[in-house]
Ligand binder design. Sequence first.
Ligand code: F6R
Length: 608
Amino acid sequence: MCGIISYCGNRQAIPILIDGLKRLEYRGYDSAGLSTVDKNKMVTIKTVGKVSQLENKTAGTRINSSFGIAHTRWATHGKPSETNAHPQTDCHNKISIVHNGIIENYLELKEELQNKGHQFKSQTDTEVIAHLIEDNYENDLEVAIIKSVERLVGTFGIAVIHTDYKHQIFIVKRGSPIIIGIGDNEFFAASDSNALAPYTHKMVYLSDDEIAVLNSNRFYIKNMKNEILEKKIEILDEDEYKMDKKGYEHYMLKEIFEQPESIKNAFRGRIILNEGVSKLGGLEPVLGRLKNIKKLIIVSCGTSYHAGLLGRYIFETLTELDIEIELASEFRYRRLKLNEDVAVLAISQSGETADTLAAIKEAKRKGALLLGIVNAVGTSIAQITDAGVYNHAGPEIGVASTKIYTSQLVIITLIALFIGRYQTVSFIEGSELLTALKKLPDQIKDILKNAKQIEKIALRYAHFKNFLYIGRLYNYPTAMEGALKLKEISYAHAEGYPAGEMKHGPISLIDENFPTIAIVPKDSTYDKMINNIQEIRARSGRILSITNDGEDKIKNISDDLILVPQTLSILQPILNIIPLQLFAYYIAKEKGCDVDKPRNLAKSVTVE
Ligand code: F6R
């Protein structure tokens, strides 16, 4: 989703801004732009399409400036166009602004400002902020910005420059992430630490309603009451944001192949085998409260929601808690009884998903204990939750989540065991689970060795336009996630269904052009899955089975078969999803799709 980068220092700003934008490209965007001040004039350059096009446009300009702001836009208000791209400027081209988030009351403000004579150029909500600051400006830009943001309803991370304030950038945050990067006599601001990786590892995370003012040799942060704040400087680990395809054709493929390692990172140092228990330092501070909760509600979106769906079964298996799972975007509409007996667990790889953030803010208001499983360190969800566990899976650049999904499943299992061992789970059960968990990285390596064979099978399916994915119990979420992977990157229509539900509707879709991917582990669901496959075959449907059973019973009724190693039923989805990720990848690649940056999607969804 939209990305911001700003620079203020002694070097030429444009190459740094362009480089930063390129590092934000993975988030998904449709247009890009930048502003700087050269010879007392605001210079703004924008383009629809790739950052490389913006780079070409800046190439011949000979701009000489060592500060500026830049942006990649993912359209919300107004279609992708140069006019709607950021930065947006005021009437006199003195103020320029980039913005992430959504201004909900922009129409009302726009009308008010138009009545005062302001001329608007774009259809964006962002432009209203530039005009509002212009309107509030008397002789102090900081004051004008604070006055203006007081009028804004919605979420924003903004960076502002003014032709009369050379070498100064003003940053404000409410709801959308902004990080300040600290270099040697140079300062940065970005919506994502990845953009700053080559320049500095020293970061300060702004909280809501804070304003940062960057100069080439100093910076300060204030709250809206004009009080200077002492903020902690975080040093980010280099591994947290290494961006490199390491010879793989796409980030997604690299990330699929990184799963043996990302899974190890999820449980490294978190297992006490001889006590059959997990050790989660991030949850220790709330242990007293955690032991007393009666109910757990999981909130998340997309792939993280699928991890939560499986989480419901995992928590039900390992704990005595009442479990609910809710899409974060729906959570706020419900009249849930939340109190100190309830914990709400947010699952989010980016830590910035606006829906998830809104859901947990609601839960906080109602007194629930907030827990988080987050990959991106220091992000909003990590900050807001009372306690949590980081994935430590490293950056995931491919928009379609792969390695973080499996990492989330490992961490959910560890949290459930952590709670379950204070309840009824025995030492033996705990040790068996952890022993099986430790074997997963090698078992995944075995699946990945068959990537070529999976590719061959995938190519036989690449021409189909519709797919059904079915599974039961622990593998119902696997079916949902497998279908999501395929649809988001290959644009084929794919539906994930609990297999038992098939006969209540989707079976009417089945014919020889509508293949089914059946997830058939050798567990309590096996016989019922075989029946479902028979029902599909009776309607000429083609079947690809993902199974750990190489026997004739399943072979004879499947057109294609992918074998995965066997583990405990509760962990089997972590293995079963791997061939489905590869299947989606190879089909998307065969169709010539932009695998890492699927159309219309964004990596970090910062609007509700
Ligand atoms: C799909 C995918 C998305 C995200 C969803 C939530 O592959 O990645 O569905 O899972 O947008 O994002 P996070 O996990 O960052 O909250």
